[in-house]
Design a protein around this ligand. Structure first.
Ligand code: ATP
Length: 361
């Protein structure tokens, strides 16, 4: 693994083009403004993630009953599943203020020391993308989490001295998309770890209804189901699609959203019934139409789609694999029978036979 000033190189794509996708789980500029208004304010309002909610409820209530600060909490899960929202809820439930920062924003241990030393007693510190913190800051965090103390190093070389600094008790809420990337000593210092799963379509329907209510948009059950089904298990995407459908409904249907309006709007934005967008479909189409369903090497597939290798691998493939439309095999990328069905194509005879062994079909 490569380490630099800003932490481990996680291989994450920095290409901003793909954060503009309607179906990307990450936040864009427009989201941040609207998201504040749509965020559930307490655990009761937070939809889905039943187990996480139940466990967190106990952790927080017990801490409140003891008059203590809640244990440190680690939230892991894909972007847009509600980690920031949950951290704000933790602070609200504990009647505590919250400070929000992120791993990449903490370049030096001194940056972290400055934040930690200005925390109030009981404050919640939300550290997003905690896996991208620099190594020295991470080491400082170990001691801060365990002993509520940091050693501030003054001076350089042989003359450097460590000045111990007591910190008020605080609750660290760390968020990461990849819990596996956290070094074990850091992971072990969290008293409670929650893994957030993708949401079921029925849960996303509730998210859409709730957001529509807050945005004062008229939507029926089928309209909400149509948007939920295309939201890739992610509340942020559900809210974003709802806003695009609302635009369409305002222009074409006096603001009312039903199934037809939702489907027509999302056709305009090229988000299909399963939530695939133009890039995803381009990859699948190339795989099916040009390579008979594979196996084909990643580089060849990328050239055929006219995208970078990394874009295909990191932006398009994870969702296609999750949906069971594409498989990564030692011989290359292979389309599953579901991919042929989804694009309404019939697999060529020899390919279907060739893939029998791969899918047991
Ligand atoms: N369980 C939920 N119920 C209702 N709305 C939710 C839920 N989870 C997330 N949302 C909505 O989805 C949006 C994105 O949530 P949030 O910013 O908390 O995601 P995140 O996991 O922190 O994403 P990132 O990792 O990109 O920061 C918010 O507008 C929030 O209102």
């Amino acid at each position: 693994m490569n380490w630099d000033e800003t932490g481990p190189d996680t291989g994450e794509l920095t290409d901003e083009r793909f954060h503009d996708r309607l179906v990307d789980g990450g936040a864009d500029g427009e989201d941040t403004a609207v998201e504040a208004a749509l965020r559930p304010k307490d655990l009761g309002e937070f939809i889905g993630q039943e187990k996480v909610r139940e466990q967190l409820d106990l952790v927080l209530k017990a801490a409140l009953a003891r008059g203590a600060t809640a244990d440190h909490v680690l939230l892991s899960g894909a972007p847009g599943l509600g980690k920031t929202t949950l951290s704000m809820i933790i602070a609200a439930e504990m009647n505590a203020p919250i400070r929000i920062t992120s791993g990449p924003a903490i370049q030096h241990a001194g940056d972290l020391a400055a934040i930690l030393s200005s925390l109030q007693e009981g404050e919640v510190l939300f550290l997003d993308e905690i896996h991208r913190m620099s190594r020295p800051a991470e080491e400082m965090l170990y001691m801060a989490m365990e002993d509520f103390r940091v050693d501030v190093i003054v001076g350089k070389g042989p003359g450097a001295t460590a000045i111990p600094l007591e910190l008020p008790p605080f609750t660290l809420v760390g968020a990461t998309t990849r819990a596996g990337l956290l070094p074990p000593p850091l992971r072990d210092r969290f008293g409670f770890t929650a893994h957030m799963e993708f949401y079921a379509p029925t849960e996303l329907e509730r998210v859409v209804h709730r957001s529509a209510g807050l945005l004062d948009v008229a939507i029926d059950t089928d309209g909400a189901a149509e948007i939920a089904g295309r939201s890739r298990g992610t509340p942020r995407i559900a809210n974003r699609l709802l806003r695009r459908v609302r635009d369409y409904a305002q222009v074409k249907a006096e603001g009312r959203i039903d199934r037809e309006i939702a489907a027509a709007a999302l056709r305009v934005y090229e988000v299909d019934e399963r939530g695939l967008d133009r890039l995803d479909r381009g990859v699948l189409e190339a795989l099916l139409k040009l390579f008979g369903g594979g196996p084909v090497g990643l580089s060849t597939l990328a050239v055929a789609v006219g995208e970078e290798r990394e874009t295909v691998e990191e932006v398009a493939e994870p969702f296609l694999v999750r949906e069971g439309l594409l498989a990564r095999t030692p011989r290359g990328r292979v389309a599953t029978p579901a991919a042929w069905a989804h694009l309404g194509l019939v697999p060529p005879q020899h390919t279907a036979k060739g893939q029998q062994g791969l899918f047991g079909a």
